[in-house]
Ligand binder design. Structure first.
Ligand code: SF4
Ligand code: SF4
Length: 82
């Protein structure tokens, strides 16, 4: 049985200017602007549905300030018994 790949969305919230471009371009509605305010007074993007991320990197490519990184989670290899 194949497992759905899991991705980790990392957003540098204090560099984000809350423009919402990444939110608009995400095809899976993973992102939204946060209610909280960052050090510059903006509502930063946050990943609210990480489990739905397909790793397309549209958000990272479109972010004008390169605030987003997408990482693939690699499952730990199964330990074989001696
Ligand atoms: S990598 Fe793709 S699916 Fe994942 S958060 Fe970014 S735009 Fe959305
Ligand atoms: S595109 Fe970049 S700067 Fe704009 S809201 Fe998303 S993470 Fe923030």
């Amino acid at each position: 049985m194949s497992q759905k790949p899991q991705f980790l969305v990392l957003i540098e919230a204090d560099r984000c200017k809350g423009c919402g471009i990444c939110v608009q371009f995400c095809p899976r509605n993973v992102l939204q602007l946060s209610d909280r305010i960052n050090i510059h007074g903006y509502h930063p993007a946050e990943a609210v549905r990480q489990e739905d991320c397909i790793g397309c990197q549209a958000c990272a490519i479109m972010c004008p300030d390169a605030c987003i990184e997408i990482w693939r989670r690699v499952p730990k290899p199964q330990q074989s018994s001696p």
